[in-house]
Design a protein around this ligand. Structure first.
Ligand code: SAM
Ligand code: DTB
Ligand code: SF4
Length: 362
């Protein structure tokens, strides 16, 4: 097990991405096995709790009010609707619910109070709760944490350089500031991006530099293939070749070994074989359910059949590779026989060093 590096350069990442495919897959799969159970995949369900009418101009997004897309807009859902949907997701094998709102930022007031109640409600169902609600202050992040939020999704989407070509209504720094506010609370960070928006390889690498140099790295990184929606400025973008998705997943896995890498939007256009290669390359999470936020996703039964074929198992809620927070906890974990899955044993010392480093920082 190698040390977690926070100093990856764009050039190094481009070199990894461009490696001969078999070498890249071998390296990524090796890292994956050191930090994760390669047969477990975390299953999340997306729930659009407030759809459409967003004031932002994100060039990829069907929910921006200024683009004329075919989606059906909705006001904030009720807590009981959300509970019913979460129960349905749990029954179909999902361990996490991710609630998305088409907001620029969170505003204190009755709607935020309602979201906090949704978080408390899903938490009581023994599921991990994630939200993606736009920009967030430190105080709002703390209130979400108190309500039991497990993760907050806020994507960097692309490199800092390319960002200006995709979105003009906010800056890259705004995204980083929100991630920082989430980090200051007890909520885990989920941040990734989209490929297929006309960016260069250097932009894909630039985004991975921005994410991997965060310290600690995000606990979860979604890799989305653009869903080109009619009516958005990106409606005519070419579909992402599966090879790009595989390379992007593998590179993400190598530079962020501990992170959960999510094979996110765009799976409807991927074959089972293509997705299997993404899992081999280190993807260990998906969004399940026949809808993402507003666009289609594979049917749950199809996904379960794919899991059966590949021998994959859905990961239970809160089930993680043991990640002790102090060296004392790490030592006691290693000393208590049988508690540590065997694939992490060789890395004990390095894992312990990383924990010591984080402990010293806090
Ligand atoms: N409004 C909040 C925000 O922007 O942070 C949360 C919802 S927003 C829809 C969440 C993420 O979905 C975006 O950051 C983007 O990465 C992803 N997304 C949106 N539209 C997409 C599309 N057409 N294809 C792929 N990913 C998309
Ligand atoms: C993420 O990275 N992808 C999800 C989730 N985080 C919120 C959203 C994908 C949205 C795809 C377009 C849509 O369905 O509207
Ligand atoms: Fe609004 Fe989020 Fe869509 Fe951008 S990605 S338009 S902020 S909903």
């Amino acid at each position: 097990m190698k040390e977690i590096r926070h100093n990856w350069t764009k050039e190094e990442i481009v070199d990894i991405y461009r490696m001969p495919l078999m070498e890249l897959l071998y390296r990524a799969a090796t890292v994956h096995r050191e930090y994760h159970d390669p047969n477990k995949v975390q299953v999340s369900t997306l729930l659009s709790i407030k759809t459409g009418g967003c004031p932002e101009d994100c060039g990829y997004c069907p929910q921006a009010a200024r683009y004329h897309t075919d989606i059906e807009g909705n006001d904030l859902m009720s807590v009981s609707q959300v509970k019913a949907q979460a129960l349905r997701a749990k029954a179909s094998g999902s361990s996490r619910v991710c609630m998305g709102a088409a907001w620029r930022n969170v505003k204190d007031g009755p709607e935020f109070d309602q979201v906090l109640e949704m978080v408390r409600t899903i938490n009581k169902l023994d599921m991990e709760v994630c939200c993606t609600l736009g920009m967030l202050t430190e105080n709002q992040a703390k209130r979400l944490a108190e309500a039991g939020l497990y993760a907050y999704n806020h994507n960097l989407d692309t490199s800092e350089d390319y960002y200006k070509d995709v979105i003009s209504t906010r800056a890259y720094k705004d995204r980083l500031d929100t991630i920082d506010n989430v980090r200051k609370s007890n909520v885990t960070v989920c941040s990734g991006g989209i490929i297929g928006m006309g960016e260069k390889l250097e932009d894909r690498a630039g985004m991975l530099v921005a994410l991997s140099t965060l310290d600690p790295q995000p606990e979860s990184v979604p890799i989305n293939a653009l869903v080109a929606v009619e009516g958005t400025p990106m409606e005519d973008m070419e579909p992402v070749p599966i090879w790009d998705m595989i390379r992007m997943v593998a590179t993400t896995r190598i530079v962020m070994p501990r992170t959960q890498v999510r094979l996110s939007a765009g799976r409807t256009g991927m074959s089972r074989e293509g997705q299997a290669m993404c899992f081999f390359a280190g993807a260990n999470s998906i969004f399940a359910g026949d809808k993402l936020l507003t666009t289609p996703n594979p049917d749950v039964n199809e996904d379960m059949e794919m899991f059966r074929l590949l021998g994959l198992e859905p990961q239970a809620a809160f089930e993680k590779m043991p990640q002790p927070k102090t060296v004392e906890q790490a030592d006691s974990k290693f000393e208590s026989k049988g508690e540590k899955p065997k694939w992490t044993r060789p890395g004990h010392q390095i894992e312990r060093n990383e924990i010591a480093r984080q402990q010293a920082k806090s």
